[in-house]
Design a protein around this ligand. Structure first.
Ligand code: HEM
Ligand SMILES: *[C@@H]1O[C@H](CO)[C@@H](O)[C@H](O)[C@H]1NC(C)=O
Ligand SMILES: *[C@@H]1O[C@H](CO)[C@@H](O)[C@H](O)[C@H]1NC(C)=O
Length: 449
């Protein structure tokens, strides 16, 4: 993913360099589904223009920081009498930000630089000018991290009026050292229902970041979380399950391979990958975060550990099973069902994680190949498993003829004398030789009965 993101970025820059040179301003702009934000720096001042892209335009806001709590914000809205209100606020949590009487930087309403018509979906632009944050501007990469919000409900005229919660909110970054064209072509607004912006049509409210910006620590943690968790849940667990499905009638080694993959290798990997999820959230300092992906994630890990314990329980019980123990006790059936459920849920979870990437980082969607791989995998895995159920007949057959008092229900594959392998490798349930040789599993005349 890293590589294709870089390639995308390179292609983008190469393309930009081919355009005829235009007089440039210092600043940056980003567009999302609900608004565009442009910042232009003139000496000590920055002008931020917020262009709303959806009707009705209630209020628009920008805040400095990476979460609501503690962030200084500017909230603006148009009034019915044609005037505009600007309100300095500060949020103390996930509640209405309160007016701040002495903001660290004082903003003034500004006239938008160009007509609102530069964006085909624009419904209005609200702009303000504020002294530039000199600390940010002195950085070698003066990228400012902001939050934004959009509400459909217009407050009363006074700046201290009560606000209704945002319809959508998110994060964005603006490179205050970047360059922007001075003249922006004006485009005619298209009829609203015909406008489709393909890569932004997904249901989320995040403003997109440049693909070629290097990954931040928070993003690298998310990538490691995604890679480890998907590898554990969608490669190791299905592999171990297929070994069980396909292998149990074929080789006595199936159990130790199954246990090694699904427990010894998968458990540490899944645990580390999983923990990186909450670490990324903490690193990001965004406190909200109890969304479906995170709740399902907790649930999924618990189910996985339950499944491992259940597997160990079954193994122990099988080893000490009395002569006439049922061949398919409920716990074993549950182990199969829970295993399939965990993997199915992991598929869903991986998908929602891919969507989460955009929301958590403010970048564009993750590379296409991730979705393609997921789409292929979600077909290949069930097909491979279902194909393995054709071996059930062989398995039941082995079980029926191989009942051995005081021993395992798993049976030797080869009845040849001298072969002491059993289909279930456990030190304490090796079959006596004479039982093995009584099992005509692979003899031609017994097939098909
Ligand atoms: C009446 C005003 C507001 C209320 C009641 C409110 C409430 C909330 C609530 C409940 C959440 C958590 C949502 C979740 O867990 O998914 C949230 C998140 C968020 N809000 Fe607001 N909000 C208000 C104004 C604003 C403003 C003005 C901004 C931007 C300048 C903003 C930006 C954000 C952002 C970026 C998040 C996600 C990050 C975080 O959790 O801090 N909000 N808000
Ligand atoms: C705002 O930024 C966007 C994205 O960079 C750019 O396409 C657009 O022309 C800018 N608009 C104005 C008015 O500068
Ligand atoms: C300027 O930016 C820095 C770093 O983001 C921040 O710590 C500081 O509070 C900001 N100063 C003002 C006046 O906004």
């Amino acid at each position: 993913m890293l590589r294709s993101l870089c390639l995308l970025g390179l292609a983008g820059t190469a393309w930009l360099k081919m355009l005829p040179p235009v007089r440039a301003l210092q600043g940056d702009g980003k567009c999302g589904l609900y608004l565009c934000v442009n910042a232009t720096v003139h000496e000590d001042m920055v002008t931020y223009e917020m262009t709303g892209l959806e009707e009705p335009l209630g209020w628009l806001a920008l805040g400095w920081g990476t979460r609501m709590e503690g962030s200084q914000m500017i909230i603006m809205w148009p009034n019915d009498d044609g005037s505009t209100t600007l309100s300095h606020r500060r949020a103390f949590g996930h509640t209405e930000p309160l007016p701040s009487e002495y903001p660290p930087r004082h903003a003034k309403i500004a006239k938008p630089r160009v007509s609102t018509l530069w964006h085909p979906k624009a419904v209005g632009t609200l702009a303000f000018t504020i002294p530039v944050n000199k600390t940010v501007l002195s950085w070698s990469n003066p990228t400012e991290r902001l939050i934004w919000a959009y509400s459909k409900v217009r407050p009363d005229k006074p700046p201290y009026s009560e606000l209704t919660q945002h319809y959508s909110a998110g994060f964005l970054r603006l490179d205050l050292g970047g360059t922007m064209p001075e003249f922006v072509p004006t485009v005619q607004p298209a009829p609203h229902e015909e406008v489709t912006v393909p890569e932004l049509s997904a249901m989320d409210g995040t403003i997109v970041t440049d693909p070629h910006e290097p990954f931040q620590r928070h993003e690298r943690i998310i990538i490691a979380h995604g890679v480890l968790a998907s590898f554990g849940f969608l490669v190791l667990l299905p592999a171990g399950s297929l070994v069980a499905r396909w292998g149990r009638t074929l080789t006595p080694k199936w159990f130790s391979i199954h246990q090694t993959i699904n427990m010894s290798i998968a458990a540490p990997l899944i645990t580390i990958g999983w923990i990186l999820g909450p670490i990324a959230v903490m690193d990001h300092q965004a406190t909200h975060l109890f969304d479906a992906h995170q709740i399902t994630g907790v649930f999924l890990l618990i189910l996985y550990y339950l499944q491992v314990s259940l597997g160990r329980y079954i193994h122990r019980r099988r080893a000490n099973a009395p002569p006439n123990a049922p061949k398919h006790p409920a716990s074993n059936v549950l182990h199969v069902a829970l295993g399939l459920f965990v993997i199915t849920l992991a598929f869903v979870q991986t998908r929602s994680g891919m969507e989460e990437w955009k929301i958590a980082t403010g970048r564009s969607h993750i590379s296409h190949w991730c979705h393609d791989l997921w789409n292929i995998w979600v077909v290949v895995m069930p097909v491979a498993y279902l194909a393995g159920t054709f071996l059930l007949r062989r398995q039941f057959y082995q079980e029926r003829y191989g009942i051995n008092p005081g021993s395992s229900n798993y049976l030797a594959l080869s009845p040849s004398p001298g072969n002491t392998d059993v289909v279930f490798e456990a030190s304490d349930d090796v079959l006596p030789k004479e039982v093995e040789s009584n099992v005509p599993l692979l003899s031609p005349h017994s097939r098909g009965s």
